[in-house]
Design a protein around this ligand. Structure first.
Ligand SMILES: Nc1nc2c(ncn2[C@@H]2O[C@H](COP(=O)(O)OP(=O)(O)OP(=O)(O)O)[C@@H](O)[C@H]2O)c(=O)[nH]1
Ligand SMILES: [Mg+2]
Length: 173
């Protein structure tokens, strides 16, 4: 399982909430880019979770983004938890849609929900979920709010046809 998203959206705080103490930091071969790996319990099973370096897209602009893109492509059976800054949902969706388009099962965490709320930015989570066809969960990683729900939605992660998402958007207008 992979945790992905833009830089600075709270991926590592989410990662710490999901994994136990047994984490390892590794250097991606041939680079100075580090990533962290840990394990989380799902239905009493230990599942590997990787805190992938932040990236804005799958068209890498620097070494960290290149590593992030490679890690995704090296784990082509992974479920991806896509962490999006709840105050910048539209921007964050670009990466999520790219990952969905590559047929990875995705769950979206709208993190920093508290911060977005303070800024009076609110997302209609049900509508977004309907349009995308993947689970969308508001989270506040620093307090742990929403993390349990995020875990419970992991088994609902599914691959979606992007054509369908486009049709769903069309159906709104
Ligand atoms: N208000 C608020 N702050 C948060 C939340 N989650 C994380 N943060 C803060 O946001 C900052 C970035 O969090 P990180 O977990 O380091 O973000 P990241 O996505 O791992 O960042 P990179 O690894 O640099 O890409 C830290 O100061 C966190 O304490 C949240 O839900 N609400
Ligand atoms: Mg991090």
């Amino acid at each position: 399982m992979l945790l992905m998203g833009h830089p600075n959206v709270g991926k590592s705080v989410v990662f710490n909430r999901l994994t136990g103490a047994n984490v390892t930091v590794s250097n991606y071969p041939g680079t100075t880019v580090n990533y962290t790996k840990g394990y989380m319990k799902i239905n009493k099973e230990d599942v590997e979770l990787i805190d992938v370096p932040g990236t804005f897209s799958l068209e890498p602009k620097d070494m960290a983004e290149e590593v992030a893109t490679k890690m995704l492509h090296e784990n082509n059976d992974a479920v991806v938890i896509c962490v999006i800054d709840a105050s910048k949902v539209e921007r964050g969706l670009y990466l999520a849609l790219q990952i969905i388009e590559e047929k990875f099962p995705v769950v979206i965490a709208l993190n920093m929900w508290d911060f977005a709320k303070d800024k009076n930015i609110q997302t209609d989570v049900d509508k977004l979920q309907q349009i995308l066809g993947v689970p969308v969960v508001p989270t506040i990683a620093i307090s742990g709010e929403g993390i349990k729900e995020l875990v419970s939605k992991l088994e609902d992660a599914r691959t979606v046809d992007v054509e369908r998402i486009i049709n769903n958007v069309g159906g709104l207008t």
